[in-house]
Design a protein around this ligand. Sequence first.
Ligand code: FMN
Length: 214
Amino acid sequence: MKKIIAINASPRSEWNTGSLVREAAKGAESAGAEVEVIDLYKLKNFKGCVSCFGCKLPEHFGKCVYHDDLLPVLEKAENADGLIIGTPNYLGNVSSGFRAFYERLIFQKISYKKEPKNYVEKKIPVLLIMTSNVSEDFYTQIGYDKMLEDYKNRFENMVGPTEIMICGDTLQVDDYEKYDWTMFDPNAKKLRRETVFPKEMEKAFSLGAEIAGK
Ligand SMILES: Cc1cc2nc3c(=O)[nH]c(=O)nc-3n(C[C@H](O)[C@H](O)[C@H](O)COP(=O)(O)O)c2cc1C
């Protein structure tokens, strides 16, 4: 049975990103995979790469050695047959939790040698989900597509074939009336949540199922 690890790198476990990650996980399960969902922000103690270079020592080539709550997650990713990971867009990029995981996932595999250039032993499919306030239509205009392309390229080189799903114009809070957020039309946000978000959930489900089938 295929093992898939599904990581929610949003601090909110059941909001936009967490819901899509969980739906993709259900899709993978429906295709026969065993899936573990991890909310990164529920880990008590984790950091990005601390530049110890333990992963470049001959006895640890390709393996992060920094002991915190992220290490078992990296080990699970190492043993998985597929990776689903979701992040909200924070300030035009990924969340800091995502970045911490990503730094350690990728850097451990870079060799700093002419040959081999990396310690990648096997490749696994990746589904990268990003949710954002900005609608998908603006991604090219404001450079989000380029930012995502960089993540895709790095994942493809160091982890495996990567599919990107964007879900824009999300509902940020239940009650927009409480805030003085004149930029948004609360009714339009609610309507989108009720009519478009369910379709995004379906898409996440089928992409999750595809990951399990690869
Ligand atoms: C700290 C912070 C920074 C954000 N920056 C952006 C941004 O630069 N661009 C954007 O489109 N949305 C931005 N957002 C909105 C979130 O990306 C969006 O609401 C997302 O769907 C939230 O995911 P969640 O529901 O899983 O928490 C930001 C939200 C927060 C809290």
